[in-house]
Design a binder for this molecule. Structure first.
Ligand SMILES: C[S@@+](CC[C@H](N)C(=O)[O-])C[C@H]1O[C@@H](n2cnc3c(N)ncnc32)[C@H](O)[C@@H]1O
Length: 280
């Protein structure tokens, strides 16, 4: 019998529910076909007979949850995605931050980093800034719930659409910060050393030593329900400096949410809530 024939409603609901339980991503019953398509190759690889067997495996095998998370997350990203945000970052944010925090290290969090294009984009612009201000120091922490995309991000190797996009948008950056390597391009070590990668679920507080000056939480809130968005945003806020900033994705807005952030300009918010006691 084909693995896709007659998946009972209970199994569908249970798998959709597990997506929410493990990632916070909300998938209504209408998304079953999408979820089924993502899981099908895994069922085949495991030679399972049906989705009920996969559900049982997931419930009894904690290690399989990691594979499940890798399969159900959407990891679309690109270098310098939403150029307006990067213009703001390079031309307004960094010069102002540097003036206000002389001698401090700039800490940025790429909070749903996917395969790393966002973190490396930030690093390239930080390097450009450092070339003009040699005392500028920065550290980037890139996190994602998907171990698969993070493993790819850590290699610093890129190819295909990712590189084509960078080549078209900012060819000078490609030439300066990448070297041709087997089948693609590798980020130069001088850039890579500024970025730390770790697995992290946004529904939990991040254990970080330093408060972040800026968090990029882009193109991930769209997958969450309102109450879940508020929970994630508060977790991120707790990791920010009192004067920290938050940048969201281009189709995201905090305007209808209860958060501790004040609007600065579209997509850009300022920490406005009660300070967090980092020693607690
Ligand atoms: C569409 S990508 C966005 C990547 C990048 N921020 C950008 O804007 O190009 C969304 C990322 O969010 C991650 N994600 C989804 N749910 C998450 C969660 N609960 N905690 C952490 N990351 C999550 C996914 O694994 C995926 O890599």
């Amino acid at each position: 019998m084909d693995i896709d024939s007659e998946v009972d409603q209970g199994t569908q609901n249970a798998l959709l529910g597990l997506v929410h339980r493990h990632t916070g991503i909300s998938m209504t019953a209408k998304k079953w076909t999408l979820l089924q398509g993502r899981l099908r190759p895994r069922l085949r690889a495991l030679a399972l007979r049906n989705y009920r067997d996969y559900l049982a495996l997931l419930e009894n095998t904690p290690d399989e949850v990691r594979n499940f998370i890798n399969l159900v997350t959407t990891n679309e990203t690109s270098f310098f995605r939403t150029p307006r945000v990067w213009d703001y970052f390079a031309q307004h944010y960094l010069p102002r931050w540097f003036d206000a925090h002389r001698g401090a290290v700039f800490h940025l969090w790429s909070a749903a980093a996917s395969s790393g294009e966002e973190a490396y984009s930030a690093a390239m612009l930080c390097e450009e800034f450092r070339a003009r201000h040699p005392s500028f120091q920065y550290q980037i922490h890139a996190t994602d719930i998907s171990s698969q995309v993070l493993a790819s991000a850590m290699t610093g190797q890129f190819h295909g659409r990712s590189i084509d996009g960078l080549k078209a948008a900012r060819p000078a950056m490609l030439a300066k910060y990448f070297r041709a390597s087997a089948g693609g391009y590798a980020v130069i070590p001088a850039l890579r050393t500024h970025i730390m990668f770790s697995e992290h679920n946004l529904y939990r507080p991040l254990a970080a030593r330093e408060a972040f000056d800026l968090a990029l939480l882009r193109n991930v809130l769209i997958y969450f329900e309102t109450a879940d968005q508020e929970c994630v945003i508060e977790n991120v806020r707790q990791s920010l400096a009192p004067d920290g900033m938050l940048i969201v994705g281009e189709s995201e807005s905090l305007s209808r949410l209860k958060t501790g952030f004040a609007f600065e300009q579209p997509l850009i918010y300022r920490n406005h809530g009660a300070p967090h006691d980092r020693t607690a």
